[in-house]
Ligand binder design. Sequence first.
Ligand SMILES: Cc1ncc(COP(=O)(O)O)c(C=O)c1O
Length: 494
Amino acid sequence: MKNVKQENPSQDSLVAKIDALEAAAAPLVANPALDAGRSQAVFEHAVQLRRRKAERPVFSRDEDGLCESIRQAGIREQGLPLDGALELLRDTVEQFGVQTGRGGSMAYIPGSENQLGALGAYLAAVSNPYTGVADMNPGAVVMQETLLRWLADSIGFPATSYGDLTSGGSIANLSAVVTAREAYGIRAAQVANHVVYCSTHTHHSISKALHIAGLAECPLRQIPCDARFRMDCEQLRGAMSRDRAAGLRPWLIIGSAGTTDTGGVDELSALADISAEAGCWLHVDAAYGGSFALCDEGRAVLRGIERADSVTLDPHKGLFAQGGIGAVLVRDGQRLCSAFRFSGSYLRDISDLISPADVSPELTRPFRALPLWLPLVVLGVAPYRAALAHKMALARHAHARLQRIRGLWVGPEPQLSILVFRCEEGDAANEAIARSFNNEGEYFISTTVLEGRVTLRMALLAPATSRALVDEFIDRLAVLVDERAGIDRASSAY
Ligand SMILES: Cc1ncc(COP(=O)(O)O)c(C=O)c1O
């Protein structure tokens, strides 16, 4: 009998080619011999990185364009040694920009430096389970469901609720808007007739979500806010009755539980009443404020959130997780499934269990649960509750101190942990104060426009934002405000 080799020489050369390609692609195959050394190098780099982070300013500009060296290194045919890649990282990404988790970081919504979360993210990437479909890794899905159940309990949602871990608040808002659209069966012809209500302080991700969801042509009523930057419920009622009289259908009310600008929390119980009377869907964007439900003080401010139809939370904000972990919760979990459950012939071997892919626009996704779960189970919830209560108390302390600075307009007492204030000298003075802090390096703050005027903000959320740092910030602010007003500090009442 002739052997195959003699029969088919082209098969022979194909086998040789495959073997050669296998050898060339071998660096992509896990190699335990190399793994230990590389892991050690990366861990050593990470330990040094933590030290360097603490030493460098909260904000540093890449004045000389050093980050361009990443582009220059490019993506080449032959790789760099790992050491070289780590050096490039050290001298660029790890050197410049804002460190959002540092104590002096008070711009926008701060982040955090969560060591256990980072280790969880590393482990999540090493184990790399397929987390889109329950059958593929039941443990990863149970972990996600456990976290979602705990989050739902924290805001008082019923057992019927279900949710998803998303990439952040924007996608959580999108999922909620799509769920509301499907729950009301709104099709293209009805879009122009279905009215959406939000406040003038609602986060822009809601408009983006409406746009992506094909709802940009829904009439959108941006209801003015009261003196505490909460949606004015009387004006909301007025707008709804005018719309009904005009033959339109009030459909979706967007409440905010902690606006980005001011931290204002809408009167959620009143919104729930209005929504129930009108047969609307109530979505609450609690991306920044929702986790304050973990402490007694915050739970009182958020009362009524448990009556919403859907809620956005953002663990990468108020639960101090690494960037890329948000959450959407829907009171009637079936609604979420109805909005997102699709199938394909290639998924025919999958069981009927509800999977993350059934409640999400995503199929394949990172293992988001682990970086959130690891610090929560290792540290327990108690430090989280304390950190959130601390930020609320610290914000009230800061508010009282800010009020003692002459020449400073100070906004209402913070409901959560964001304060707004401005120097009465005008927009340029406030911009100069922000620049002065940001150039100096220990603090990073951002401005917004309130009542048409440039306004300074302090957002207290990073666990490292201590009373000492806040007091020091206010002392320096007092000096800057005095300088702007030309007041002699010695004669100032501050
Ligand atoms: C109130 C609010 N909603 C939504 C978002 C969007 O969240 P993300 O950046 O996680 O997409 C933010 C972000 O700051 C926010 O403050």
